[in-house]
Design a protein around this ligand. Structure first.
Ligand SMILES: *Cc1c(COP(=O)(O)O)cnc(C)c1O
Length: 406
């Protein structure tokens, strides 16, 4: 008798985006001419940088000819890309990460989701609340989350609330945890941690033999000085932290697919017999067994984001969204809303008017203003009472939305 992994049927159906779609469709049916503006999207809207497209065309042409054709490449990524990552994302910033500590992949969703493969089911997992849903759901699939209650709170996960009371800075857990997911700049709140605030977590991990999974998918959006671009800016982090990066939000690769994970050789965890094991070796084993490498053409596109033209074009993309975020922040503030984030991230986290829940605020914005947002409650219990505005839309739509709210 074939038996399934029962953990999969414990996970409630992802209700957030289907519920949003249902409500938007109902509104459209009742008001066919409603000029709806979508500010709920977590996807980019501007096309790829020219440098990346040109690199893909050149690489595709190489694939046409026997003498330049490439078949299977190294599972961990080509040296040309790993070296470019090391040089530009780390060495240029004074951080010593080596090429064999970089694992190129098809994106940070896969890596943040798959990393649990190399960890025991017995680990206690801490996750900031609200959070990117992948962390919770993949730990549930791996059997580390326990049982969900009717509010979708899992019995074995340790939630780290990020709310107005703590200014969206997660507090250290009162019980001991082993694996800690941190995403900064944060999706969905758009908030950040300073060096000092992140150091608290690195110190905790060192003192407790814990591992930090640092999701830096929005690193490129940082504008303020005291916000770390990499967790390796914190002393000691190369012993306790893995970092996830993505070309998706940085350079518009959401449909092209490329990301990477940093696993420093000094990061250790323990086998059941107490032996210390390097995670770099373990992840290399996992990655090369279950993954056959990111497409050569795509790796060339990613490499091109580090060329002089590529860097200029990527900067322009980020500046465009950053300006949208500024327009949203100022528009919402002028309209009297209390907001967070949006300074170092493409998301603005807006507090619902007093006494209104996430979904009520969502409905109000949809029905009265024809603006689609994402209800904060969909990202976890602490997201209740908020909606997320995304800066990934067009300039025109962003300005028009703020006009409607004024
Ligand atoms: C978008 C996003 C990612 C990136 O996912 P890709 O698979 O690289 O497209 C990772 N983490 C967070 C928090 C995100 O919002």
């Amino acid at each position: 008798m074939a038996q399934i992994n029962d953990n999969f049927i414990k996970i409630p159906a992802t209700y957030l985006f289907s519920e949003i779609a249902k409500r938007v469709n109902q509104h459209k049916e009742a008001n066919p001419d409603a000029p709806i503006i979508r500010m709920g999207i977590g996807d980019v809207s501007l096309p790829l940088p020219d440098a990346s497209v040109d690199a893909m065309i050149k690489a595709a042409e190489e694939q046409r000819h026997a003498d330049t054709f490439r078949g299977y490449g190294p599972e961990q990524g080509y040296a040309f890309l790993r070296d470019a990552i090391v040089a530009n994302d780390f060495a240029a910033k004074g951080l010593s990460i080596e090429a064999d500590e970089i694992f190129v992949s098809d994106g940070a969703k896969s890596d943040t989701g798959n990393i649990g493969d190399i960890f025991s089911v017995n680990n206690r997992v801490a996750i900031t609340d609200p959070s990117y849903p992948v962390y919770v759901d993949t730990n549930a699939m791996g059997g580390r989350a326990g049982e969900p209650n009717e509010q979708n709170v899992w019995s074995n996960l340790v939630y780290l609330p990020c709310n107005v009371a703590n200014n969206f800075v997660p507090q250290l857990p009162t019980e001991k945890v082993d694996l800690i997911y941190l995403c900064y700049p944060n999706n969905p709140t758009g908030t950040t941690l300073t060096h000092a605030q992140l150091k608290v977590w690195v110190d905790y991990a060192k003192a407790n033999n814990a591992i930090i999974f640092f999701d830096a998918a929005y690193e490129a959006f940082i504008t303020e000085e005291n916000v770390p671009h990499s967790i390796y800016e914190i002393e000691g982090a190369t012993e306790v932290a893995l970092e996830f990066r993505s070309f998706s939000k940085t350079a518009g690769f959401t449909g092209t697919r490329c990301g990477y994970t940093v696993v420093p050789k000094a990061v250790m965890a323990f086998a059941e017999n107490g032996e210390k094991v390097a995670l770099n070796k373990l992840w290399n084993r996992r990655h090369s067994t279950k993954f056959n490498g990111t497409s050569y053409v795509v790796q060339r596109a990613a490499e091109a984001t580090f060329s002089p033209e590529g860097k200029k074009q990527v900067k322009a993309l980020i500046e465009f969204y950053t300006e949208n975020a500024r327009i949203i922040r100022e528009g919402l503030e002028k309209a009297g809303y209390t907001i967070y984030g949006g300074k170092n991230a493409p998301y603005v986290w807006a507090k619902a008017p007093e006494g209104m829940g996430s979904w009520e605020y969502f409905d109000y914005l949809l029905k009265e203003k024809n603006i689609v947002t994402t209800p904060g409650a969909g990202f976890g219990l602490s997201g209740e009472g908020f909606v997320r505005f995304s800066a990934f839309g067009s300039r025109e739509a962003t300005i028009e939305a703020m006009k409607r709210l004024s």
